[in-house]
Design a protein around this ligand. Structure first.
Ligand code: NAD
Length: 270
């Protein structure tokens, strides 16, 4: 009998998630028996754990559970362990294994959307959940990574985590100055999202030799991306990471190989 994939997203305030549509449509195109449902933590008792989800064959995990879920798991992939965050859980009999496709999704989205982008020195603005995954991915791809965040506790924690593994990780105090010897820059702050207007740094410091990537995907065309395009930069919207992260999770959960271009086209219709 064909394998039945019953996937659930665990998190809070997930009602507007694009993941069910992205996953189910691509899974259907791949000929999989696959459903993707929402398990909103705000509707579940506080003592609820992943093991209480009956019939689920795999999980996506999002805010605020990416770290909190780790004690419920039997094992972690090396990357999830290094990042200290899980966004995908495979169910193997009674064993729950944590994975992280945020970092691999960011890199796959970058390689797909900005082929050939130089990864010599890259600045990551924001050291939270998205920034950690982005910085880990870029460092793993060989980039020297400079990270900026006014929250020094968060910044220092991320620097310490990355310096244990990678050679060239630095703190950036002044993003505009640091652009002078950078190939690219990633906005991993919420600035630019609907409800958080503005730009995370002065785009006057950009020149056409820089590439600029966003993690913000609501809206896809942020003020920063518009300014970057005006400056002649190659620019990548946050939809690239969103789609590639979903593709990597689909692949981890099913073994299938999703089509990033087709998924990106699906996103455009949502
Ligand atoms: P977070 O709250 O964990 O981290 C945001 C960080 O940005 C904080 O540490 C904050 O101090 C820092 N920050 C704020 N203003 C700054 C500034 N001007 N300069 C430098 N740092 C600044 O948030 P998060 O979970 O990392 O999410 C950030 C954004 O990424 C949200 O818009 C979210 O929707 C988006 N996101 C997108 C994807 C995707 O797949 N495209 C995945 C995850 C998150």
């Amino acid at each position: 009998a064909p394998v039945r994939h019953r996937v659930a997203l665990v998190g809070a305030a997930i009602g507007g998630s694009l993941s069910p549509a992205l996953h189910e449509r691509e899974a259907a195109a791949l000929g999989l028996d696959y459903t993707y449902t929402l398990l909103d933590l705000e509707t579940l008792p506080p003592e609820w754990t992943l093991r209480d989800a009956v019939g689920i064959t795999g999980f996506n995990v999002t805010h605020p559970a990416k770290q909190a879920v780790i004690p419920q798991l039997d094992d972690l992939s090396p990357d999830a362990r290094a990042l200290g965050a899980v966004n995908t859980v495979t169910v193997d009999g009674s064993r729950l294994i944590g994975h992280n496709t945020d970092h691999s999704g960011f890199l796959a989205g970058l390689r797909h959307g900005l082929p050939g982008a130089r990864l010599g020195r890259v600045i990551v603005v924001g050291a939270g959940g998205a920034g950690s995954a982005v910085a880990y991915a870029l460092a793993g791809a060989g980039a020297a990574v400079g990270i900026a965040d006014p929250d020094h506790d968060r910044l220092d924690a991320l620097l310490a985590r990355l310096r244990g593994r990678f050679r060239d990780i630095s703190a950036v105090d002044h993003v505009e100055d640091a652009l002078s010897d950078a190939d690219g820059i990633v906005n991993a702050t919420p600035i630019g999202m609907t409800g958080h207007p503005g730009m995370p740094f002065d785009p006057g410091a950009l020149s056409s030799r820089h590439w600029v990537a966003e993690v913000v995907y609501r809206p896809l065309a942020t003020q920063l991306l518009l300014a970057a395009r005006t400056a002649g930069c190659r620019a990548l919207d946050g939809g690239a990471m969103l789609v590639a992260q979903a593709a990597e999770t689909l692949s981890v959960l099913t073994g299938a190989t999703p089509d990033l271009g087709r998924m990106r086209a699906h996103l455009g219709e949502l």
